[in-house]
Design a protein around this ligand. Structure first.
Ligand code: PMP
Length: 454
């Protein structure tokens, strides 16, 4: 597979060699690396990416799901230009009107939210949500699910992709750190739960209830493995009973699964929600939203001497600190508001879901024709190709699929103009066309044939 992509990617290879000299591994996020070298991109347009060698791809990575309108959507470009030109600044560094406008739009779409705060990334949003829960409950431990990703910081960079041998019993998985440099107290203070297993989850939560501030989860694991409806219902009931804050990490699913989030589809209200990706219209954003009584812990007026100019005299103990130079950035919000406008047009979401299903069905038919056990797993406009015939309900199920074959096919696909990081999920945009879908299905067929003939 290495030779197959190398011959058409000489310039990428050359530029990557240069990047490596000044950037560790030549990538600005570890996940952007893949062997033999990542492909260096030059241009984007709608559903397509063009690399520095002039190869064109139908893009299904879509900046890890963020680009629901595809690359350079005219409404987004127009909105950010208007913001910069009419406001006369790229950033106010002070409150401005788009902040409240966007807050209201989010709250309308997410009935569980009464208030919101902005951050600059999904990672910061889940971090803030966890701190809010810890302050609110006065407890310090959290529980997360095996295989769920919430950002790359110490508290949650645990058991995202652990070796099954290390993680042990699937009914009571061990906490396995995913990086060097995570101090051991985090693996003590982060309890790991098995997704979609009501009984085992309940047993672990009861065992640790006195020290658990929060349960955080991706209601749709990795954006593609949906929680069972009954599992969600039970999880809501038990966290309520035990006084544990329930946090939905909808960074991936927010405004992607539907206009709203997984919570809209399931009809379950978490206490706090983290959003990001789609909401930034291709720019960095994160949002935390939820119940007023939890969110108001951040109200700076809660300081006893908040009016004192001698701020060091303010009673900091009553206020939860949250800050960020670029929080509520106007250009980002302008891009996000334009994105929501397009998503709210009545034909947009149904078409997006219809196109996603068309692609899923087409791909399933190809793999079936070649006798490869495969299913597409997903909800809304994200899905993944899992090479298995078994049910896929959680992380352990994924580890049983044929990942090696999947990656071999994905490498071939890169040579046939279908872009996603090998092994990654497929995200769709509203600008993907029937032609893109036909191209993608044909590319899979060619890739499968090539791999089978090896
Ligand atoms: N939570 C989930 C569910 C995510 O998918 C991601 C990003 N992949 C994050 C949090 C972190 O978001 P960001 O990369 O914007 O920090």
């Amino acid at each position: 597979q290495i030779e197959a992509i190398a011959s058409s990617m000489k310039r990428s290879f050359h530029l990557y060699e240069k990047a490596k000299e000044v950037i560790p591994g030549g990538v600005t996020a570890n996940i952007k690396y893949f062997a033999p070298h990542p492909i260096i991109m030059e241009r984007g347009k709608g559903s397509r990416l063009v690399d520095v060698d002039g190869n064109e791809y139908v893009d299904y990575l879509l900046c890890y799901g963020a680009l629901i309108l595809g690359h350079g959507h005219p409404k987004v470009i127009e909105s950010i230009m208007r913001q910069i030109i009419t406001d006369g600044t790229t950033v106010f560094g002070a409150p401005h009107m788009l902040e409240t406008l966007m807050a209201k739009k989010i709250i309308q779409a997410f009935p569980s939210m009464e208030m919101v705060r902005y951050t600059n990334s999904g990672l910061e949003a889940t971090l803030l949500a966890i701190r809010l829960a810890q302050a609110f409950t006065g407890k310090t431990a959290i529980a997360k699910f095996e295989g769920h990703y919430h950002g790359g910081y110490d508290q949650v960079l645990i058991s995202v992709n652990p070796s099954v041998t290390e993680a042990g019993d699937e009914k009571e998985p061990k906490a396995v750190p995913e990086s060097k440099g995570i101090p051991p107290q985090y693996t003590d203070e982060t309890i790991i739960l098995p997704f979609n297993d009501v009984e085992a989850t309940e047993a672990i939560l009861r065992k640790h209830k006195n020290r658990l501030a929060a349960v955080i989860l991706e209601p749709v694991q990795g954006g593609f493995i949906p929680a069972d409806a009954i599992f969600m219902k039970e999880l809501r009931a038990i966290t309520k009973e035990l006084g544990i804050v329930l946090i939905f990490d909808e960074v991936k699913t927010g405004f992607r699964i539907t206009y709203g989030g997984a919570q809209t589809v399931y009809g379950i209200a978490p206490d706090l929600t983290a959003l990001g990706k789609v909401l930034g219209g291709g720019f960095p954003i994160g949002v935390v939203g939820g119940k007023k009584e939890i969110m108001e812990q951040m109200d700076p007026r809660r300081g006893k001497d908040a009016l004192s100019i001698e701020t060091d005299k303010a009673n900091k103990g009553d206020v939860l600190f949250h800050s960020g130079t670029y929080n509520g950035h106007p250009t980002v919000l302008a891009a996000g508001l334009a994105t929501l406008d397009v998503l709210q047009q009545p034909e947009t979401m149904p078409r997006l879901l219809q196109m996603t299903n068309m692609l899923r069905e087409g791909l399933e038919a190809v793999y079936r024709a070649y006798g490869i056990p495969m299913k597409t797993v997903g909800l809304g406009s994200i899905f993944n190709i899992v090479l298995t015939e078994q049910d896929v309900k959680n992380y352990r199920d994924l580890t049983k699929a044929n990942m090696k074959l999947r990656e071999e096919i994905d490498y071939e696909l890169l040579g046939h103009g279908v872009y996603t990081k090998p092994g990654n999920r497929y995200s769709m945009s509203v600008v993907h066309t029937e032609e893109d879908i036909a191209w993608t299905i044909e590319a899979h067929e060619k890739a499968i044939r090539k791999v089978k003939n090896r």
